[in-house]
Design a protein. Sequence first.
Length: 452
Amino acid sequence: MDIKAQQGYDYDVIIIGGGVSDVTLACNLAAAGKKTALIEARDWGGTTVNRGSTPKKALLALAELHHQESFLHRGLETVSPITWEDALLTRDWLVSDESARAKERAIKAGVETYEAYAFFEDAHHLKVNGQVLSTATIVLATGSVPRKIDIEGASYIDSSANLMRLHQQPKVIALIGAGVIAMSLISSFTELGTKVHVIQHNDRVLGNFDSELVDILVNRLKSRGAEFHMEAEAERIERSASGYQVTLTNGEIVIVDGIYDVAGRIANIGGLQLEKAGIEYTERGISVDDHLTTSQPHIFAMGDCCDAPVPKLNSYADFQAKYLSQLLNDESKEAIQYPTAPAATVYSIPKIGQVGVSVNQARQHPQDYDVTQLNMSNWQNYKRVHDDLAVIKLVASKSDQHVAGAEIVSDTADILVNYLAILLNRRVSFQELQDIIFAYPSLATDLYGLWK
Ligand SMILES: Cc1cc2nc3c(=O)[nH]c(=O)nc-3n(C[C@H](O)[C@H](O)[C@H](O)COP(=O)(O)OP(=O)(O)OC[C@H]3O[C@@H](n4cnc5c(N)ncnc54)[C@H](O)[C@@H]3O)c2cc1C
Ligand SMILES: NC(=O)c1ccc[n+]([C@@H]2O[C@H](COP(=O)([O-])OP(=O)(O)OC[C@H]3O[C@@H](n4cnc5c(N)ncnc54)[C@H](O)[C@@H]3O)[C@@H](O)[C@H]2O)c1
């Protein structure tokens, strides 16, 4: 018997947030017979579909084509430019399609959907569009929002989401922050022909990645027209006759068509009225234990809004959604166990991929790990597509010389880190790998030489 029947609530479970992972959770609960509601205030599919990897990769797909074509033509002069209209049409088509599919998926699974902003009345009641809904269980999945930059003229700073849907291609832009989002946007926009200024307050680009590999990416982006202003902050922004004038703390002035905030994100929990439900939180997000349970035993949190000890990524939100599906459907009572060797990629040109023990972690524990660097650009799989910057750093355990992690710069770094993630997580032995026949010549065949 479901909880609603026992306790007389409107719903067994209400999920606040209609991101892709949140939809997956709602569908899994509904499929198991739970009366489930999903509430989305803005757009179905959440950040990933509307403002995150989907529009980002739609723009990048065209930029990558342009990049590859320039190799074929041995120079940029003869390559036809990508028009902003092409980029925008691809983006709009993909985003609207994916967003509609997210909602359709929920409805077809029998989930009741609400298009409204939800907030707490008390620990079992939510205010939604003027009505009060009661529920036995609640999952908070409200995501994150850009961290606001507090300077003179801050109202002129826009979001990366709006940059990706401008009606006209900007000629010159400034990005505040040189993190993962920035690297992707710089790659796409410079390939389209936009000049990009990057303002980073310290001397590190992509701080979690190996600085030598990051330098390869940064140098390539500089060669395409990106200008990095390191150890500088935007101090003041004023309107100018030709756009905006940004004054930096190091005295430099840049004139741009737009300024965009890519300086990190914070949990989107400000309007939920968490105090009314007795839910504890900090500036890092909603506090959860190793069962994703908040300070209230019947309220859970997942994804970017919760303070779990993992990166704020769609891949982790998905993992947590699958975990909560099992927990709330009484299929498991175990604590959440994150994979030991996760893979992640910065979607830039070239990409930077990371799996398992990072090079930075290996450097902090030199007694435990060795790091070796291999230039892959002269390997056939990379040579034939002119992946001239391809490099891998392999991290091996000192005790047995087995691969413990890797960091890769290459146009196909995402594929290789995912292969390595399978080998690492399944603890595949050297001999087990040699016993598999991969299609030759493909990226997978390079694993025979890499894996030990
Ligand atoms: C530009 C960009 C690129 C990214 N690229 C990648 C990538 O390549 N790979 C990757 O793994 N991750 C990427 N991410 C991160 C990824 O998008 C997030 O980790 C993921 O979206 C988190 O999912 P979520 O369900 O927690 O939140 P969201 O996807 O943000 O969904 C939360 C939803 O809740 C809704 N909501 C909020 N408050 C309320 C309320 N009170 N009532 C009703 N609804 C509410 C919001 O409108 C939103 O739709 C990227 C993020 C950005 C911004
Ligand atoms: N492919 C991916 O894995 C991927 C892609 C995009 C986004 N994301 C997710 O989105 C989150 C947000 O991305 P992001 O790029 O905004 O954050 P980020 O943390 O990757 O980078 C922000 C950068 O801005 C710098 N910064 C902060 N304040 C600044 C200031 N006032 N002036 C200048 N520089 C400043 C930081 O030092 C940092 O280098 C990521 O942490 C990640 O969880 C992941």
